[in-house]
Design a protein around this ligand. Sequence first.
Ligand SMILES: Cc1ncc(COP(=O)(O)O)c(C=O)c1O
Length: 372
Amino acid sequence: MKAIQLVDLQRQYKTLKKDIPSAVNKILAKGNFILGEEVADFEKNFAKYCGVKHCIGVASGTDALLLSLRALGTAPGDEVITVANTFIATVLPIIYLGAKPVLVDCDSDTYQIDPKLIEKAITRKTKVIIPVHLYGTPASMKAILKIAKKHKLYILEDACQAHGSSLAGKKCGSFGDIAAFSFYPGKNLGAAGDGGAIVTNNDLLANNVRIIRNVGQAAKYKHDLIGYNSRLDTVHAAYLNVKLKKLERWNAQRRRIAKLYHDLLTGLPLFLPPLSDKMRILNHHLYVIRTERRDELLNFLHQNNIFAGMHYPIPVHLQKSMEGLKYTNGDFPLTEKYANEILSLPMFPELTKKEVMYICRKIKEFFKNGKT
Ligand SMILES: Cc1ncc(COP(=O)(O)O)c(C=O)c1O
């Protein structure tokens, strides 16, 4: 069996090479590299896909979070509650703005922010809650919306891994005041480099974000706000327009792969991730299993040319760069436990049934042999 990558973008490109070169060549010929009409097209298409009024393309998912927080008025002295079990980019923009990240643990069923812990973390200074739909599994939005309403707090959804996931028929990114998406190449919808988007139903927030992403320019040469240079490049927008048409099909394929993993791995001493049900559609950005023998299993899979990964092996609050937050080992027991146990199996739409069967056969072999 040839090496199986965690994500294989070369294989994906084979399914795109009919349409991508012409879309990109058009821009190279026109030279409309900055905020060309393809950006507006993509923004319209992605807003429709998410079921929201506005989409604003930006330079990355991290910037999407930063600009959203800015538009919500986050400033030094404010507190922003989010989950310890996330990628560090959820937390960085809070720090960039001089606000304080207040972390809480995840729950044991979904690995997402535990709503019961949010309420305990609220103070007079709390301004925003950032639920993260990690791995593409929706956070418990009903409970979170209720808390936000009760305490008059903003919700910024970190939907950077959740393109197309939904809860009760509503897409992730359409629940809160504003939401951030990443188009990092390995995401379910990935650009040809860095890219991101902000979506919202709020006209005022949308207008502010449009100004802030374009050096604060409200009209030509009129800079009303302290902005950033954080525009989605036209080439990326054209690339994303081609790929967006395939996203639903790709996500459905990921769900088939997840179901196959689930069926083949059931019965082994592993925790398996949730599957979609009537209420909840998962996009399976990552298929994350758990075992106390994670490091051994990861090694064994690598030896067998299966390049599984870990998302994420060191929790945010234990990273050196976060020492200033004064968190310590033991603060978020579930996040810390899972960081030692989680393992992401290869997951991308072009992964074949034969490859999934091979991966599962190897995992069975590992447990059967008590391999170390
Ligand atoms: C949960 C989460 N938040 C934020 C980001 C940041 O996105 P980007 O890499 O596009 O800046 C990512 C991307 O990896 C992510 O997975």
